[in-house]
Design a protein around this ligand. Structure first.
Ligand code: ADP
Ligand code: MG
Length: 264
């Protein structure tokens, strides 16, 4: 009777502490603990009960980090085919994947034409950082600017800038594909300034640094100030090889041509 009421109390403590995984593991572990032929010691019992809860909490934390990161594809750095980009140094990418750059708030700029894997690499670093338990957030430059614009109208500007200042690693994809309105440049400038020396940015762009003025409506002052902060502590990865999409496209076209016996 008393063992039964202890059991009920234990269950209600676990419910009060919201330790659902431990509560679920409890009956099985108790059964093991009280086995006649050398059951669990009290400390082994407690350790196993708590480790069930720790595992569940850890898993929830990972899932919530992954949701917050909003990474647009599942590809990791290991999926990257370096033979497609012979001038890209795999050692440099491996060094980045070690995430030391996040420790000292260094930025990474992936610069190159469309289709060379800039997004894939930035997102791959994002997955590595999430796996290491870091807060990561992915956005395109256009979305960031649109969100800041809406926030300004709705009186949430400061909150939104703080949102982008929060993650350890902020991925800003596709800067330069669309020209930014003046207020867009200023939003981007604010975000980059807030993160300066505090958190890393991984940025992808099709524009060489010399032509950044163009993204900001030829405002060289904003472009200069922004680049100053972005590049002060940074790694620039230039990828100037062939587009991967075009490569497989070319291979398919070639196979089709051979199939019908046509000459290239
Ligand atoms: P970018 O951002 O430079 O325009 P993406 O990263 O979007 O290029 O790459 C375009 C497509 O080609 C994606 O589906 C990507 O996964 C794939 N891809 C590009 N480069 C590679 C590579 N080296 N190895 C494997 N897949 C690649
Ligand atoms: Mg891209």
């Amino acid at each position: 009777m008393s063992a039964n009421s202890d059991y009920q109390k234990l269950r209600s403590h676990l419910a009060f502490l919201r330790m659902a995984a431990a509560a679920e593991a409890l009956p099985g572990l108790l059964e093991q603990a009280t086995k006649a032929d050398g059951g669990l010691s009290p400390s082994a019992f407690l350790e196993q009960l708590l480790s069930a809860e720790v595992a569940a909490t850890e898993q929830r934390r990972r899932a919530s980090l992954a949701r917050f990161a909003s990474l647009p594809s599942p590809f990791t750095i290991d999926d990257f085919d370096f033979s497609a980009q012979p001038r890209l140094d795999p050692k440099l990418i491996a060094e980045l994947a070690s995430l030391r750059f996040v420790e000292d708030a260094t930025n990474v700029l992936f610069i190159g034409p469309p289709g060379v894997g800039k997004t894939m690499l930035a997102v791959g670093l994002g997955h590595a950082a999430v796996a290491a338990g870091m807060r990561v957030h992915y956005t395109t430059a256009a979305d960031l600017v649109a969100r800041c614009h809406r926030a300004a109208i709705e009186g949430r500007w400061a909150t939104t800038i703080r949102f982008y200042a929060g993650p350890r690693l902020l991925i800003i994809d596709e800067l330069g594909y669309l020209p930014l309105p003046a207020e867009g440049a200023s939003a981007l400038f604010q975000v980059i300034s807030q993160r300066y020396l505090k958190g890393s940015i991984a940025l992808t762009t099709n524009l060489g640094i010399a032509s950044w003025g163009k993204v900001f409506g030829d405002d060289q002052t904003v472009a200069g100030a922004l680049l100053d902060r972005l590049l002060h502590r940074s790694v620039v990865v230039n990828i100037d090889g062939d587009s991967y999409r075009m490569r497989s496209h070319r291979a398919r076209a070639e196979a089709a041509r051979q199939a019908i016996g046509a000459r290239p």
